[in-house]
Design a protein around this ligand. Structure first.
Ligand SMILES: [Zn+2]
Ligand SMILES: [Zn+2]
Length: 311
């Protein structure tokens, strides 16, 4: 099942839409969505409930896999029975992650149908790279690595305050999967021309500025203070509810990433990061983390979790 002939993400953005106008594209999504619902596919509340149950099960599966992994490390080996169990759990995990991926598509389609009136075409150029960076926050649905079939993620050179369009690339999430010292996959790809053509909800006030102006605003100390307070509030709210961030999942464990704060940050853009729930500061757990090093990522985080971005 896929509603999209293009790449999509949970913010309701489509990438690579070259020729068509917004209404034609939304109509295509609508008919695929309706056909899926007519065939009894779970949508809306039912889809949310089903995902919640699958995520709970996924968490149990991951915990048990971690337990077996630790046992293997401390004892040096596993019994045949334990090895079989590990194998079964890995299969169950792959199946659950596949189903949860489908549910992410359902939700993305619903967002597009709800926001139809706000969706515009954006051709990313020097002045609008922050729109691409904003969208890089959420998991990209449907971008698979040609080498290993893992999900790919939109990346950019993190040392740049304001990247240019050429500084973005696709990186395989296998980069974060360590087999001993070796990374499981290091495949990267340049963006295709069409990847710079987005259809997205362009109503966010952040998008009325150009990339440079936006960069200036988040470096203002008064603004940085307000953003820090808001992200701190969100962090304590999520942790009270024991929840992660909805639009970003660990590619290995499939669970929502947890918003964390560095203990001694150097300014706002060095303060927050997302980590897999199985991440450990000691480096023992899952190595998947995502640094929130741009105003665009923080805006996407706040907008998707609280309904309002940073402006
Ligand atoms: Zn790969
Ligand atoms: Zn993980």
């Amino acid at each position: 099942m896929s509603f999209f002939s293009w790449l999509a993400n949970g913010l309701g953005t489509l990438m690579g839409v070259v020729a068509d106008v917004v209404s034609t594209v939304v109509d295509t999504v609508r008919s695929a969505y309706n056909a899926f619902a007519d065939k009894g596919g779970a949508v809306k509340e039912a889809a949310v409930d089903e995902s919640r149950r699958k995520r709970e099960r996924l968490r149990e599966v991951n915990d048990e896999v971690m337990h077996l992994r630790n046992r293997a490390q401390s004892r040096g080996s596993l019994s045949d029975q334990e090895r079989r169990r590990w194998h079964d759990l890995s299969e169950e995990r792959a199946e659950l992650m596949g189903k949860l991926g489908e549910a992410q598509e359902v939700k993305a389609a619903e967002k597009i149908l709800e926001n139809e009136a706000l969706i515009e075409k954006v051709d990313v150029d020097l002045h609008t790279t922050h729109v691409l960076q904003y969208n890089a926050f959420a998991d990209t649905l449907g971008k698979k690595c040609p080498m290993c079939t893992r999900q790919m993620k939109l990346q950019w050179r993190r040392d740049l305050a304001v990247p240019t369009p050429k500084d973005f690339y696709w990186g395989c999430t296998g980069w974060y999967v360590l087999k001993g010292e070796i990374r499981a996959c290091k495949h990267t790809e340049a963006l295709k021309r069409s990847d710079y053509r987005l259809m997205t909800d362009a109503s966010a006030p952040e998008f009325s500025l150009n990339a440079d102006e936006f960069g200036h605003i988040v470096s203002d100390s008064g603004t940085a203070e307000i953003i820090t307070t808001r992200v701190d509030d969100l962090r304590s709210d999520l942790s009270k509810r024991k929840q992660g961030v909805e639009l970003v999942t660990c590619p290995v464990h499939g669970e929502h990433m947890v918003l964390r704060k560095k203990s001694q940050p150097m300014g706002l853009l060095d303060t927050y990061f997302l980590a897999c729930p199985h991440w450990q500061p000691s480096g023992q757990g899952c190595s998947f983390i995502e640094k929130l090093k741009s105003g665009s990522q923080l805006a996407a985080l706040l907008k998707s979790e609280t309904g309002r971005g940073i402006l």
